[in-house]
Write a new protein. Structure first.
Length: 396
């Protein structure tokens, strides 16, 4: 008997499978708006100047390639915690932080740990959410449901529906939250709306899991991470998974962190010991290079200022690309898609349906998911006009 005969062909990942189809496409004017990657005007992933300088310093040091501790590079852990929680925040004394294999690794380590603590819990994700949220928590053994979030007719957030679904959740339910640049819709809660959500989370004794993948891409580092402070002030225990792929342009380095806010320092020490077991039995310990880059930049005021300036430029450019796409659509007599300029971050829920998205791919070589999600950070002055024309064509 061949045990491997039982293996069935799995469907392609909705994002990575889209990229594979894009690569196979032989058209020279094709555009990939599916994968969440920031591209410059030349259509390439930029090497941030601060990252390049940090790498030069790392290479010049000629350090040996030894193992990183299970919980990550100490300098990295010390550098990212203030960025997530604020400089000199008192809460840092009761936070357990580990380095992870990107933001996805943070979600996986956190999911494994939560499953160990509360095997009967269920997970709520936003409707819609990043496709991998449901898959990841399901594979970790959780039943996964959703809370209302996007109102397609109103082109905005269904706050009343979201609050109602959270109030109906049983205590101990894990609630996955997007603090900014909601993926895939681009619609974010206002500070006042976050106050209402946090109050319900605390009242119902739910467990927030904040997935911070785009800190700095909406308004700024502090503004985009404000919900973390609100949760701290509410006195709830929660997790924050942070990705540094987009904000540092370190996609291939797979660098992330997971922080758990605990009741006190003793609890944080116990939580850290358990997180290390989860890491040890998954991938033993994390890679070093990306962590060295991030810690070098955050630990040097000159490099940090350079990086923050670059991040601001990227954020402002994405906002300008949104406006440019809306202008291009209006030139094609599409006047009901101005909401694209109001969304934030890398993604836009365009409102296009599966058939229209298929036509964009097949007839025009423009790739986005069937949900209508497009990565506006992959637009540039050369392709935005053609994208607008194609959208007009499939809407005709």
């Amino acid at each position: 008997m061949n045990l491997l005969e039982r293996a069935e062909l799995a469907p392609a990942d909705p994002i990575l499978g889209l990229t594979e189809a894009f690569v196979r496409d032989t058209r020279t004017d094709k555009v990939n708006l599916g994968v969440g990657v920031y591209l410059d005007e030349a259509g390439a992933i930029p090497l941030m100047a601060a990252v390049g300088e940090a790498e030069r310093r790392i290479v010049a040091a000629a350090a040996p390639h030894g193992y990183v501790p299970i919980d990550g590079l100490p300098a990295f852990r010390a550098a990212v915690r203030p960025m997530v929680f604020g400089e000199d925040a008192p809460v840092l004394e009761r936070v357990a932080t580990v380095q992870t294999v990107a933001g996805t690794g943070a979600l996986k380590v956190g999911a494994d740990f939560l499953k160990q603590l509360n095997p009967s819990a269920r997970v709520l994700i936003s409707d819609p959410s990043w496709e991998n949220h449901r898959a990841l928590f399901t594979r970790a053994g959780f039943p996964v449901d959703s809370y209302r979030y996007y109102d397609a007719e109103a082109r905005g957030i269904d706050l009343d529906g979201m609050l109602a679904d959270l109030r109906a959740a049983v205590p101990g339910t894990v609630v996955v939250l997007h603090p900014c640049c909601h993926n895939p819709t681009g619609y974010d809660l206002s500070p006042e709306q976050w106050d209402q959500v946090v109050a319900v989370l605390a009242e119902r004794e739910l467990f927030p899991f904040v997935d911070m993948a785009y800190q700095g891409f909406a308004e700024g580092l502090a503004q985009d991470g404000a919900v973390v402070g609100k949760l701290v002030d509410a006195g709830v225990a929660f997790m924050v998974g942070t990705s540094y792929s987009k904000t540092f342009g370190l996609y291939g380095q797979r660098i992330g962190s997971l922080s758990v806010v605990c009741a006190d320092a003793d609890e944080a020490a116990r939580v850290l010991s358990q997180l290390k077991i989860c890491i040890r039995t998954n991938y033993s310990n994390p890679p070093a290079h990306g962590a060295r880059i991030v810690s070098t930049i955050l630990g040097d005021q000159g490099l940090r200022t350079m990086w923050e300036d670059e991040l601001t430029t990227m954020r402002n450019r994405i906002a300008s690309l949104r406006k440019l796409l809306v202008k291009g659509l209006e030139a094609q007599n599409i006047v009901d898609m101005g909401f694209i300029a109001e969304q934030r971050g890398m993604f836009s829920y365009s409102g296009l349906g599966p058939t229209q998205m298929e036509r964009l791919r097949e007839e025009h070589g423009i790739y986005g998911t069937n949900t209508g999600r497009m990565c506006v950070a992959a637009l540039n002055h050369d392709n935005v006009g053609r994208v607008a024309q194609a959208i007009a064509a499939v809407r005709a």
